[in-house]
Design a binder for this molecule. Sequence first.
Ligand code: FAD
Ligand code: DHB
Length: 389
Amino acid sequence: MRTQVVIIGGGPSGLLLSQLLHRKGIDTVVLERKTRDYVLGRIRAGVLETGFVNLMREAGVAERMDAESIVHDGTVIAYGEDQFRIDFQQSTGESVVVYGQTELTRDLYDAREAADGKIVFNVENVTIHDAESETPHVTYQCDGQEHRLDCDFVAGCDGFHGVSRQTIPLSVRREYEKLYPFGWLGLLSDTPPVHPELIYSNSERGFALCSQRSWTRSRYYIQCSLSDSPDDWTDQMFWDELRRRLPQKAADELVTGPSIEKSIAPLRSFVTEPMRWGRLFLCGDAAHIVPPTGAKGLNTAASDIHYLYHGLLQFYQEKDSEGIGRYSERALARIWKAERFSWTTTMLLHRFPEMNQFDLRMQQADIDFLRENKDAQKVFATNYVGLPF
Ligand code: FAD
Ligand code: DHB
């Protein structure tokens, strides 16, 4: 079988690219290792930059998002009992929206299915061949049979553990990584959010984040040990610990309830270069990971898709390879800045095991500066709402 673009991975990156290309008459096949229900069961990001929202609109899948998402014009930073607000609108004229990754992935699946888009689930042993030639192909197994897809391009949207990045030879690939000595334990519950905006809290017991998915669904996170398992934490233990890490006023207002989901994510910064090898392009988590502080994971995936989509349009519509030729350079220029923001925000808000009294004072001075200085707030807000594509 033949298609124009084989997309490996049916997460948000792969589905968004597939839907955008479909609207321009470019044919794709998406290969997904898991089932649709499995992908939709993963609770991940919740805060979207305007750039992401605009891409969803361009893909024709923003109707529910526009109706149900919640616009946030600012966020709260807490340090012990002190707290202050960073006003995104005042600093940048822009906002972010709260809309869960699960919901936007569902919208994308629905749109692909309504358009008879080809998505193959439960694929195994996906292998990319001849990526350096002008006639690459991809083989995979499904239902016990071997399949082959010939194509013009391969988009590697298969997340951090996928095959696409590994296909690029080690002689070409450079990887940059930082591991953090803690994780985030997340809990989702059908309870009203503790506050209309997010609260990022640096407490002496560690970091906590109060986020949300809707007016009736909350997402909370607490910094935890890498050796913890979600089973070590009963709901009651989680709520008690979260309360201890919030300013008293927020702790008093917290509404608790049974968890719908609890999971632990380790924190990692990771970038691979280059993001293109011949006719293979890496997008999203396949190429880079940020620690979640600052909500950049999914948003960096969107900027990759923007650059690749426009590069492929230029190729198919104008017979011009400039966009695909410069894909890696353009994507990485933005990625590294998002990596920097996620890293500095992680350093600002977490308690690291090796911190001494001097380190703590430096952290407090950083937070004080952010509270008092409008220019520092503008820098934070500019990064948080998202750098331009
Ligand atoms: P993924 O969502 O990982 O999708 C990749 C897809 O490829 C998956 O469906 C996978 O099954 C499939 N796949 C993998 N290997 C193969 C293969 N060999 N063949 C075929 N298919 C394959 N970001 C935030 O902004 N905020 C958060 O709170 C947050 N929490 C997170 C929690 C966790 C546990 C993780 C892992 C990530 C989190 N992120 C968060 C990051 C954000 O969710 C990701 O950046 C986003 O999912 C990236 O989308 P993607 O489509 O590039 O990759
Ligand atoms: C969420 C996750 C984040 O990492 C973040 O900075 C903000 C919100 C969330 O899952 O809602």
